[in-house]
Design a protein around this ligand. Structure first.
Ligand code: SAM
Length: 341
């Protein structure tokens, strides 16, 4: 099947001028006006006509949306907070041969059910999306899916993209990772969800940092527990209008078929936060300190040390994601809270 393309459209610069859409500094808006750049992002996101649903967060005037549609996506839902962008997005929707749905709202607050509903409203919505919505309305069904009982026919391929303000991208990523761990919203069932998101370059490097990398952080551990991550594309600050102070990078996340944590991500977040708060100290120092601060955890920690859970001379940044996940699983099973200071 030949992927659908958009008809010729006015340059995005003209739309910005006609609709008076200058970037709003208060909302940290920085636009990409070079279609080669947005086409490259869409390529790294692996957009194709086979995808069940593409969700773009923060489309602004819509150049990346054009690239997504030009790559052949059949169902695209955009979520935009700033109502000034509604007219150009509506114009794009009309040109898209009914492939684009628009939600005006704040992604941090939005119920994912609304996204799936908007996807379903697009005429060629696939059966997987319909099933996903039906199952969200049926708690018994949901329960079966959460316990992973043979719902493979309900898997959908969903791609999430966003060039968001740097201050929004990280909280949104954490929210999505938590939902992914719990198989909620668009992450329900075993949906094959990939995320292709722009971050400030240092944050992107932290997300993908392997053990023993100086930028390794709590976010590296949380992201790598659930996803295979890589920096797909480095983007110079000069690509954006207006130009931000720092360079950026696009990170591509593929949901792991076998995540390293099951259920809530909370315990892993707590464990990683505790150890990364004291990243210069050895694991021995921090582990003994935790046992002193929370004596109820001592038994689990003694067991962990006896089993050789980690080398007590290592520092936090040297510890693997698997090791953090293994301790988090033990503490979770014992329903124990750890101190966060
Ligand atoms: N994607 C466009 C581009 O690449 O040119 C615009 C990028 S601009 C950095 C970020 C966009 O995200 C803006 O349009 C802004 O209004 C929108 N945005 C910011 N926070 C948002 C949120 N919480 N939910 C939805 N959209 C948001």
């Amino acid at each position: 099947m030949i992927p659908k393309k958009l008809p010729p459209l006015p340059p995005i610069r003209d739309l910005i001028r006609v609709y008076g859409l200058s970037a709003n500094q208060r909302f940290s808006q920085n636009f990409i006006l070079d279609k080669n750049v947005t086409d490259t992002i869409a390529q790294h996101a692996k957009i194709s006509e086979k995808d069940d649903l593409v969700v773009e967060v923060g489309p602004g005037p819509g150049l990346l949306t054009r690239s997504i549609l030009d790559a052949g996506a059949r169902r695209v839902v955009v979520v935009e907070k700033d109502s000034r962008f509604l007219p150009p997005l509506q114009q794009l929707s009309e040109a898209s041969d009914q492939r684009l749905g628009i939600i005006m709202g704040d992604m941090l607050q939005l119920n994912h059910f609304d996204i799936l509903k908007a996807g379903l409203a697009i005429p060629s919505a696939p059966s997987q999306i319909s099933s996903a919505i039906e199952s969200m309305q049926d708690p018994a069904q949901n329960h079966r899916e959460f316990t992973g009982m043979g719902m493979n026919d309900r898997e959908a391929t969903i791609r999430l993209l966003g060039n968001l303000p740097f201050g929004v991208a990280s909280p949104l990523l954490i929210q999505w990772l938590k939902m992914m761990a719990l198989r909620q919203g668009i992450f329900q069932n075993n949906n094959k969800v990939s995320m292709t998101l722009m971050f400030q370059k240092e944050v992107a490097e932290g997300i993908v940092a392997p053990p023993s990398h100086h930028q390794r952080s709590r976010l590296s551990v949380m992201a790598q527990a659930l996803c295979d991550v890589k920096i797909a594309y480095k983007v110079s600050a000069s690509v954006f209008v207006p130009k931000p102070k720092v360079d950026a990078a696009v990170v591509h996340f593929e949901r792991k078929a076998e995540p390293l944590v099951s259920g809530s991500l909370e315990k892993l977040e707590d464990v990683a936060r505790y150890y990364f708060n004291k990243r210069r100290k050895t694991m021995g120092h921090n582990t003994n300190r935790m046992a002193r601060l929370a004596p109820e955890v001592k038994l689990i920690l003694d067991e962990w040390i006896t089993e050789g859970g980690w080398d007590m001379n290592m520092r936090t940044e040297d510890v693997s994601t698997e090791q953090f996940c293994a301790l988090a699983r033990k503490l979770d099973r014992a329903q124990l809270k750890i101190p966060l200071t």
